[in-house]
Write a protein that binds this ligand. Structure first.
Ligand SMILES: [Mn+2]
Length: 291
């Protein structure tokens, strides 16, 4: 098709898949070094202090899981629950509800694309986008940092992020280097946040960005978000100190890559977006947890 944007203007040019003994050894070593540095800096204790002072908020946690061995959503639940905030869960399932999260599953047997399924789960939750203070959209193949939701929410509010994601570990499948955890950073303000594996939306961001547009895979949507957030003058960021392990499924393992690219081209043809050439950048590094 002509008149559609070149995929090079929105793709990273890297698969981000960590494969091979050497790549895995390097990734593991980097993650261990960063864990150690973070422990020495007592970052977690500072994050707890911040989380313990946060005002109680209303939160919706949603996503769509694929039942089976790669589904780790049940194991992630302790990090998503909160005694402080009012958290409602609304997961969709592509099969039967997983018994361990049946109480948090609002719809089963979903047959759409990932984003379409999440939209259905949000709709079934009865919570309108923007009705709650924070909305988290979570993949099923993630391992979250301890006390993830409470610490993450508090940090986003302290730093004024409207759209945010945890940085990905070095062992994760991450197409953008920008989004891997960096040494010495508690969090970074960036000009780009991706559509997964974990994305948090403030109330006003959810009101404008959710439900997702009617896309199956949603490639390119985050390039458009980057322009949207920039044009609103909002902040977005990556939280390095609460990294997510996204090691389960290779990206695009469950759908064809060519179709994902064509969908993105059609979507971006009619919308502003921040191109790869403009860059995926860190605007500010936060080296300390706000006091
Ligand atoms: Mn995933």
């Amino acid at each position: 098709m002509t008149g559609l944007p070149d995929p090079e203007t929105f793709l990273s040019g890297e698969s981000g898949t960590v494969a091979g003994h050497r790549a895995r050894a390097v990734g593991t070593a980097r993650d261990l070094a960063l864990d150690l540095a973070q422990a020495l800096a007592r970052t977690e204790r500072r994050l707890d202090r911040l989380a313990d002072r946060a005002a109680p908020r209303s939160v919706l946690v949603t996503g769509c899981y694929v039942p089976g061995p790669a589904n780790r959503i049940a194991a992630a639940m302790p990090e998503l629950r909160s005694g402080r905030h009012g958290v409602r869960f609304a997961f969709g399932s592509t099969g039967r509800p997983e018994p361990a999260v049946a109480g948090e599953t609002v719809l089963g047997e979903l047959t759409g694309g990932k984003l379409q399924n999440v939209n259905k789960a949000i709709e079934a939750s009865g919570v309108a986008p923007g009705e709650v203070d924070w909305t988290f959209v979570v993949d099923d193949d993630v391992v979250l940092a301890p006390r993830f939701l409470e610490r993450f929410l508090a940090l986003c509010e302290a730093l004024g992020f409207d759209l945010a994601q945890p940085a990905q570990t070095h062992m994760s499948h991450a197409a953008w280097r920008l989004l891997r955890r960096r040494p010495g950073a508690v969090a970074r303000e960036t000009n780009f946040v991706e559509i997964g594996p974990v994305t948090a939306f403030s109330r006003r961001a959810a009101a404008e960005l959710l439900p997702f547009p009617d896309l199956r895979m949603g490639w390119g949507l985050d390039a458009h978000w980057a322009a949207h957030v920039r044009d609103r003058g909002w902040r977005m960021g990556v939280v390095d100190s609460l990294p997510v392990r996204h090691e389960g499924r290779a990206v695009a393992a469950t759908y064809p890559r060519a179709a994902a690219i064509e969908e993105a081209r059609r979507f971006l043809a009619e919308r502003p977006y921040v191109s790869t050439a403009e860059g995926r950048r860190t605007m500010a590094v936060h080296r300390r947890v706000p006091a």
